[in-house]
Ligand binder design. Structure first.
Ligand SMILES: NC(=O)c1ccc[n+]([C@@H]2O[C@H](COP(=O)([O-])OP(=O)(O)OC[C@H]3O[C@@H](n4cnc5c(N)ncnc54)[C@H](OP(=O)(O)O)[C@@H]3O)[C@@H](O)[C@H]2O)c1
Length: 296
């Protein structure tokens, strides 16, 4: 394990370096030391040495097993990365009086139409392995560390990740018509907005603990989101984008997805003064980065 920087006084240690959220956290705060899996394998390594080396004031876990379809055939690895590793890290933070922030997912809910928007107290029912391991991780973290704070977020996107957004933009760049599901609804989250919420929480000397919902802006279906992205990308495309709304049944996937996981984030606003993000404001930034700086 080699430290990213020799600054052992860096107050915020982020687990993860190249991921969407990890990058956004590092970009927004010079006090962040981001630690890639080559330096600290969350699934395997003992966090004691990492914490004793960096001596952070707070740890933000931005690392996870995020391949939702892949997890269906890789449950042990998903569980190690989404549950056992974070719980071990949470316990090590607790033992050293280091704050611990973690990110979970809207997929802990089954999204049965008529249930959303979900408050934190709503009954969970994960539909796939990824979601189940994230849900088990929430409980294991809170069992290990009663001061931990877990933010559930949905549909994180940035300019470079292997996200849905980049997948559709890649297709549009190639002039291919798209079919996008309009029966899955949630709150897209622009990675820098979510990072800002976490860094605001990290800066607090007194933080609430437990599970909170983060809302990335107004609700949308994947179809709405794709349309908004295509509209912004249009000047950069060689032909008119064609996007057809379809039902989820048109796209059978290894992992079942919940239909409607709109999150109610009022509790986060009440407890910590953190309001919703604004993915519609982030999207033009992402499109500009992709087409004007060519980093897609
Ligand atoms: N993406 C979404 O739509 C979404 C939605 C809801 C919730 N979430 C949650 O939000 C958080 C951030 O997601 P994201 O989209 O930023 O993820 P991401 O882009 O897929 O990045 C995953 C991160 O996990 C790290 N990682 C993977 N295996 C590791 C290991 N064995 N040890 C240490 N680190 C490891 C990677 O490390 P390297 O930097 O070394 O590559 C990377 O930084 C996760 O907890 C995820 O479950 C995501």
């Amino acid at each position: 394990m080699t430290p990213d920087r020799t600054d052992a006084d860096a107050p915020i240690l982020v687990i993860g370096r190249t991921g969407q959220l990890a990058r956004a956290l590092a970009a927004q705060n010079d006090a962040v030391t981001a630690c890639g899996r080559d330096q600290f394998d969350l699934a395997q390594h003992d966090p004691a040495a990492l914490l004793d080396h960096h001596r952070p004031r707070i740890v933000i876990n931005a690392a996870a097993y995020t391949d939702v379809n892949g997890a269906e055939n890789d449950e042990l690895a998903a569980h190690a990365l989404n549950c056992t590793g974070p719980a071990r890290l949470a316990a090590a933070c607790k033992a050293r009086d280091v704050g611990f922030l973690h990110v979970s997912t809207d997929y802990v809910f089954d999204g049965t139409p008529g249930q959303a928007p979900y408050a934190e107290t709503a009954a969970t029912n994960p539909l796939n392995v990824y979601a189940r391991t994230k849900h088990e991780g929430e409980q294991a973290i809170l069992d290990a560390n009663d001061t931990a704070l877990i933010l559930r977020a949905a549909w994180i996107f940035d300019a470079r990740g292997g996200s849905f957004l980049n997948a559709i933009l890649n297709r549009l760049d190639q002039g291919q018509p798209l079919k996008v599901v309009d029966d899955q609804i949630s709150t897209p989250s622009w990675a820098p907005d979510l990072a800002q919420a976490l860094l605001t929480l990290a800066a607090r000397t007194k933080r609430p603990s437990g599970v909170f919902h983060y809302k990335g802006g107004d609700y949308a279906s994947w179809y709405d989101f794709a349309r908004a992205a295509a509209e912004l990308a249009r000047p950069h495309l060689n032909c008119e984008p064609v996007i057809e709304a379809v039902d989820s049944s048109a796209f059978p996937q290894a992992a079942e997805r919940p239909k409607d996981t709109r999150l109610d984030a009022q509790a986060l606003l009440d407890a910590a003064g953190i309001d919703a993000g604004d993915w519609r404001a982030g999207l033009p930034e992402v499109i500009a980065q992709r087409y004007e700086q060519r980093i897609g």
